[in-house]
Design a binder for this molecule. Structure first.
Ligand code: SF4
Length: 111
């Protein structure tokens, strides 16, 4: 148990969101500007993979974790729709795309 606590503390110390002192609310906001800011911070985070893996395992119901937007325990993807692109882009199409690490893509596919 002690090792787990130490591991968590180490993990938090490396988190970009902690280093930058960004308000937690930015990662749990419905505001598109906040979501974009959160995803951009995550994109450069050295612990992105660990953060995302934890969020997937916990089925996080809400927020931006590891560069991905979670809603109801699932990652919202911003895949391009079929057909001709809309003249008026959907707001979610304008979110930065943060790639899911290959190892976690496999985990998501097999879940
Ligand atoms: S990936 Fe994003 S939410 Fe996770 S620790 Fe890094 S900055 Fe914070």
């Amino acid at each position: 148990m002690q090792a787990l606590t130490f591991e968590r503390e180490t993990w938090r110390q490396q988190a970009a969101c902690a280093q930058l002192g960004v308000p937690t609310a930015v990662f749990f906001s419905d505001d598109f500007g906040d979501i974009i800011q959160a995803k951009r911070i995550c994109a450069d985070c050295p612990v992105l993979e660990s953060c995302l893996e934890g969020a997937i395992n916990r089925r996080e119901p809400w927020g931006v974790w590891g560069g991905q937007l979670f809603r109801n325990g699932h990652i919202l993807t911003n895949k391009r729709r079929r057909g001709r692109p809309s003249k008026v882009p959907r707001p979610e199409d304008q979110l930065p795309v943060v790639p899911i690490p290959a190892r976690l893509q496999q985990e998501l596919l097999s879940a």
